[in-house]
Design a protein around this ligand. Structure first.
Ligand code: NAD
Length: 472
């Protein structure tokens, strides 16, 4: 596996200040595949200075020039898609087909969308007698998680560069190799030195140093709600802008008029993808009480098709989870569900047969789940689905909205208008109607404790801009 024992700072690969390193482990076989530098506060300071120094020049470039660099970046990502997919499979454990189709392909789309937006966005507007300039927010500190490691990087870096900001990226400890590949792509795309910088390191050290650095103007964080609260508090104390993309516990509400078989099948596929490590996953399946048993049968049949296996084996649809910590956390939640009285229809907390090595979890389906149970309230981040019955639409709304989260969700009905009317009652940032497809231009982000701010498309770009009104 290709790796750098250095960090990408000011246009070149430079060693870290200290000797500390982070081991990258392949979750499928528990082998160490690489080590990367563990940056310290001193490294973060060096990197932020580089980003600050590059800011005035990049902020002044014409949008067309920024668009050209982003087009070149998209082409780099597209040209290296195979290598990117293999790298993500090695450090995350996602099945290779999924890494290619989603993990490597979506960032190409998103980078392309920002190349276009950089060229077409109205960075100046007239409001009455004023001219309003949309100027870059400044130096961005981007902190990303491991579950869609390249997508989450591109969803921050591409709009930041389009806006004219400079960036310091601190990727997750588990998946730094694809971040290094991304830095190579940025370099090859001809982005000037200092505009994009990469510091690898641990969250509480390098991540925290970045969030609290006085020369960072905007912190964009994707990760757990627990860490997001800390990052938000640091940003608030320093009056710096902050975007938080956090956890979720999304509900899929199947209304009585819907095609139950289709809705349940898509729900299981939605949660099994990426081993359940998707912040927007529909981990709560809500079905009409009088069709509960039928829904369980359908769900059990669908989940049986997901047999944990080697992510490099072309027939595997479910790989391991990312780390031993995540495996133990997911198994702990399964045990908690059993303790609280939920019924295991499929799966369970034990290691899957023949998969004692590697961080595998059995795909698990829970019945007899009540809305207050831990497994119906907390984000598990594993291949675990809870099925809940509802008596009528009002109860379905109450259950769906009854968590601290509000990131995503889905509604299925025989008629689109009926599904849309129901979706209007949901306190959540995104709702898929009858299996509506992912749209890389639609704003993504959370209500309630799922976050602050939006990513993707023009809404994602505006997060990195600030307005200056000229009264004429
Ligand atoms: P995490 O919060 O532990 O880590 C996320 C990032 O924050 C990592 O880069 C980590 O190094 C860094 N970090 C950790 N402690 C820090 C600190 N004290 N200060 C600054 N940075 C720190 O989350 P994770 O386990 O990497 O990711 C899983 C979580 O991310 C899940 O809860 C998931 O729902 C959430 N997530 C949300 C979205 C979204 O868009 N809403 C997308 C993906 C993942």
């Amino acid at each position: 596996m290709k790796q750098h024992d250095a960090m990408y700072i000011d246009g070149s690969w430079r060693p870290a200040a200290g000797p500390d390193t982070i081991e990258v482990v392949n979750p499928a076989d528990e082998r160490v595949i690489a080590t990367v530098p563990a940056g310290t506060a001193q490294d973060v300071d060096t990197v932020v200075r580089a980003a600050r120094a590059a800011l005035p020049g990049w902020a002044r470039t014409a949008p067309a020039e920024r668009a050209a660099r982003l087009t070149a970046l998209r082409d780099q990502l597209a040209g290296r898609a195979q290598e990117i997919a293999e790298t993500i499979t090695a450090e995350l454990g996602a099945p290779l087909a999924f890494s290619k189709a989603v993990q490597a392909a979506v960032p190409v789309m998103v980078a392309g969308s920002y190349a276009e937006l950089a060229a077409t966005y109205a960075f100046e507007e007239k409001i009455g007698t004023s001219t309003v300039l949309h100027e870059p927010a400044g130096v961005v500190g981007a902190i990303t998680p491991w579950n869609y490691p390249l997508h989450q990087i591109v969803a921050k870096v591409a709009p930041a560069l389009a806006a004219g900001c400079t960036v310091v990226l601190k990727p997750a400890e588990n998946t730094p190799l694809v971040a290094q590949l991304f830095a190579e792509c940025v370099d090859a795309a001809g982005v000037p030195a200092g505009v994009f910088n990469l510091v690898t390191g641990r969250g509480p050290v390098a991540g925290q140093a970045l969030a609290e650095h006085p020369d960072v103007d905007l912190v964009s964080f994707t990760g757990s709600t627990a860490v997001g609260k800390k990052v938000g508090a640091l940003a608030g104390a320093a009056v710096k802008r902050c975007a938080l993309e956090l956890g979720g516990k999304s509900a899929n509400v199947v209304l009585p008029s819907a095609d139950l078989g289709k809705a349940v099948g898509v729900n299981i596929a939605n949660v099994m993808a990426n081993s359940g490590q998707t912040c927007s996953a529909w981990t709560r399946l809500l079905v009409p009480a009088d069709r509960y048993d039928e829904a369980l049968e359908l769900a059990a049949a669908a989940i049986a098709k997901y047999v944990p296996g080697d992510p490099l084996d072309g027939t595997s649809r479910l790989g391991p989870v990312v780390s031993a910590t995540q495996r133990d956390r997911v198994r702990g939640y399964i045990e908690r569900g059993i303790e609280e009285g939920a019924r295991v229809v499929a799966g369970g907390p034990e290691a899957p047969e023949g998969r004692e090595r590697g961080y595998y979890v059995r795909p698990t389906l829970f019945a007899d789940v009540t809305p207050g149970m831990t497994i119906a309230q907390e984000e598990i981040f594993g291949p675990v689905v809870a099925v809940l019955p509802y008596a009528d639409e009002d109860e379905a709304v109450r259950i769906a909205n009854g968590t601290v989260y509000g990131l995503a969700g889905a509604v299925w009905a025989g008629d689109e208008d009926e599904a849309v009317a129901f979706a209007r009652r949901l306190d959540t940032g995104q709702v898929d109607i009858n299996g509506g497809r992912f749209n890389p231009l639609a704003p993504f982000g959370g209500y309630k404790q799922s976050g602050i701010g939006r990513e993707l498309g023009p809404h994602g770009l505006s997060e990195y801009l600030q307005t200056k009104s000229l009264q004429l």
